[in-house]
Design a protein around this ligand. Structure first.
Ligand code: ADP
Length: 444
């Protein structure tokens, strides 16, 4: 009767303390502080002399005592209950959740750990496994000087508290894993960034070498070609004596091809200067209408050969803008030459100039009724050495330098270039240049 009464009196106390333990675990911030508080609370329900909570670190293959009520923890976690091999996580199915030895001295054979405990005056021990799902995370160990210190009810409480601790350990484990994952990710990002930077540096170095090589080789070609052109022009103009008709035709072929080569070399030199950001602009006020008339006259010869109609919509008055005249010519000429090149015989090409009063700029529109550009290729035409279609490139000679140069030279003038095109219908390139370009000249 007496026992029953005592149990009934203890019931609210047990509920209250278990509630406090649950609360401590739910609101826990620091694992060590929380678990040490849990052991204090548990001691009010279970009469142990000392207790500790051990955690198994599978990665490091270590046992870590998280907290202990004594400065010298119980070495129970190191007892034969430890997983034999850390690599085999024990399953809760074959692992006892609670092991209780009421009187160590009555054990037939003592383990080394148990012998140590006896010499420390500990007689009864209980070990609760801390499992989450099937993973053994550690153990909650208690020991008492008194033999038979723990009743079944104490063991039930121990098991209940062990379960709550497991949940907190699992949370810490997940946090640790996440932290580790984050650190790994950080390290990986750092590594990749370093690799990328190295690659960028190498590419910049290679690019610099390529530009230097291109500039050097172009220069080496430029000088002899100029000498050839000088002589052949003289020959063509009969400076060295009269030519037969055949000789005249041959010298014209040599001259035309030398000019083509010269143009290519000049383009390469321009590209290498643009890449090295060492291209200088010689700015002055130019009348773009007069220049445009001149450019149309230049391309008319080739247009006529292909039987193309050339249209122009140029204002009757002069329009002045600040620009590098040679570069301005180069931009428009590249577009006009492309219009002639990519328009089949019988087609039309044109140049239109429009003033934009509102934003003080001028539009130069070069259009044609030619082969057009595939929509999926249009984004690439301003990139260096891009010929939209290899098959076409063989049909229409070129190097893929004209548009990128026009693009970059326009940019250098603080302008913009855009294109609309439809396959087999034609293309329309628009260069917009500011009237008053005041940017600082790029330095050589
Ligand atoms: P290139 O004319 O020397 O090949 P460009 O840089 O001037 O090089 O032009 C790049 C490519 O863009 C051309 O090869 C051609 O495929 C395409 N393209 C340029 N202008 C036109 C145009 N008016 N019509 C159709 N395609 C064009």
């Amino acid at each position: 009767m007496n026992t029953v009464k005592q149990k009934t009196q203890n019931f609210p106390k047990r509920l209250q303390i278990l509630g406090d333990i649950k609360q401590a675990i739910l609101t826990s911030v620091n694992l060590e502080d929380t678990l040490s508080h849990v052991l204090e609370l548990l001691q009010r329900l279970v009469p142990f002399t000392q207790a500790d909570i051990a955690e198994y670190d599978y990665d490091m293959q270590e046992i870590h005592i998280i907290t202990s009520t004594n400065h010298e923890p119980l070495p129970l976690a190191y007892d034969n209950r430890m997983p034999l091999s850390f690599s085999n996580h024990p399953s809760s199915n074959n692992w006892p959740e609670i092991k209780y030895i009421p009187e160590l001295s009555r054990q037939a054979a003592l383990s080394p750990v148990q012998s140590i405990l006896l010499t420390r005056g500990i007689h009864s021990i209980a070990v609760a496994s801390l499992f989450v799902q099937d993973t053994l995370l550690g153990s909650l160990n208690i020991g008492a000087e008194k033999p038979n210190a723990f009743t079944q009810e104490h063991l039930n409480i121990l098991q209940e508290v062990a379960y709550l601790i497991s949940l907190r350990l699992q949370q810490a484990f997940t946090e640790k894993q996440q932290q580790k994952h984050l650190l790994n990710l950080e390290a990986l990002v750092e590594l990749r960034t370093a690799e990328l930077q190295e690659m960028i540096d190498k590419l910049a170095e290679v690019n610099k070498l390529k530009n230097e090589f291109m500039a050097a080789i172009s220069h080496e070609l430029y000088t002899p070609l100029n000498a050839i052109l000088g002589k052949i022009e003289n020959m063509n103009e009969a400076v060295y004596g009269p030519l037969t008709e055949k000789q005249q035709r041959a010298s014209t072929v040599i001259m035309d091809n030398s000019y083509k080569l010269l143009k290519l070399i000049n383009n390469l030199l321009d590209v290498s200067h643009l890449e090295a950001e060492s291209l200088s602009l010689y700015l002055k006020e130019i009348d773009v209408v007069t220049v445009s008339h001149e450019l149309l006259n230049i391309i008319r010869r080739n247009a006529q050969i292909k039987n193309l109609q050339v249209f122009s919509q140029l204002p009757s008055k002069e329009i002045h803008i600040t620009a590098d005249e040679d570069r301005f010519r180069q931009i428009l000429l590249n577009l006009l030459e492309n219009a002639v090149k990519f328009t089949p015989a019988g087609g039309k090409i044109g140049l239109e100039i429009r003033e934009n009063e509102a934003d003080q700029s001028v539009d130069f529109i070069v259009w044609d009724t030619g082969i057009g550009i595939n929509p999926d290729k249009i984004d690439f035409i301003f990139m260096l050495f891009t010929q939209v279609d290899g098959r076409l490139a063989r049909e229409y000679e070129g190097t893929g330098l004209g548009l990128p140069l026009a693009y970059r030279l326009t940019q250098l003038h603080d302008g913009q270039i855009s294109v609309t095109s439809e396959v087999n219908k034609g293309s329309r390139f628009t260069v917009t240049l500011p009237v008053a370009f005041t940017a600082v000249e790029s330095t050589a």
